[in-house]
Ligand binder design. Sequence first.
Ligand code: NAD
Ligand code: ZN
Length: 352
Amino acid sequence: MKGYAMLKIGESGWIEKDVPKCGPLDAIVKPLAVAICTSDVHTLWEGAIGDRHDMILGHEASGEVVEVGSEVKDFKPGDRVLVPAITPDWNSLEAQAGYSMHSGGMLAGWKFSNFKDGVFSEFFHVNDADGNLAHMPEGMDPADACILSDMVPTGFHAVELADVQFGDTVLVVGIGPVGLMSVAGAALRGASRIIAVGTRPVCVEAAKGYGATDFISYKDGPIDEQVMELTGGKGVDRVCMAGGGVETFEPAVKCLKPGGKIGNVNYLGSGDYVNIPRVEWGVGMGHKDIRGGLMPGGRLRMEKLSSLVTAGKLDLHPEVTHLFHGWDRIEEALFLMRDKPADLIKPVVAID
Ligand code: NAD
Ligand code: ZN
């Protein structure tokens, strides 16, 4: 089979590999659509997870089951499925402890294009099919379904980590495809005011649609100062971090109210330390929580999040700004994600 792979840091191309083998609990799936992620860019061009050789890229897909193992109960060849980017081992001790995403070690629930070949391939392997796949709802567009692999569960995880409550004022740092889903998630959780950090018109429009009420730019001076001005010196109850780098934590802590919470899902690709401002952190006693996490994967989460779409409470369309058709467009879509033109939110490739 052919797949689009990271050949080494900074180099990618098509390669030939054997079709993966299906264990008794597993499934082999062929993609119906795949989406390119900023994490693919971090992996390939920044070497953020270290060197990988001839590893097929991609972790966002919807697909059709072509083979299942002898122990798989709920899926069969021909089923159309949602595939989470994170596919934990559900019988691991970490999963039993409530941290499925770290099953097998820190971040090890992230298997596609990290510890094994990813989804930019004619066929890909899904471990624990009953625990990780979900049936694609009737009538859902496979291209939209890709957004459920990672963007929705990750953006919403920032909201979960920040523990957004009714009436909260929430700051969302970064309104790329992940941050937009944090805006949507915060609105669904009952935030009253959602201040978004971002200025690209396409993202601002989408963020308004998802419930953002105010906009600021990190290019117009320190975020915390702008937030303090907007909130009459009070600050925010919650912060969702979905953009920027290690430097975003300092302003976030500064404009967070005592008792406030920061939920980070941003992949910190460089810098050795995160600076926490001592005084604004209440000299260590401010009850300002900082939490960061890889999104939980798995079937239940996929089913619940997709039910928001089928119930008409979450629209995935505004996320997909660039829809390509056919295998041979994957490279173009990947390079587009790296170069991030002003009109881009998310590139998706439908495998017609
Ligand atoms: P993106 O690059 O499309 O969006 C990030 C946005 O942040 C951009 O619009 C950028 O302009 C903005 N930004 C840059 N510097 C900023 C600053 N200093 N302050 C505020 N905003 C700033 O990325 P994305 O696809 O939306 O993904 C966001 C992050 O989430 C990436 O780092 C990605 O790797 C990560 N991610 C994490 C998980 C997880 O499970 N935790 C999953 C998927 C992606
Ligand atoms: Zn992703």
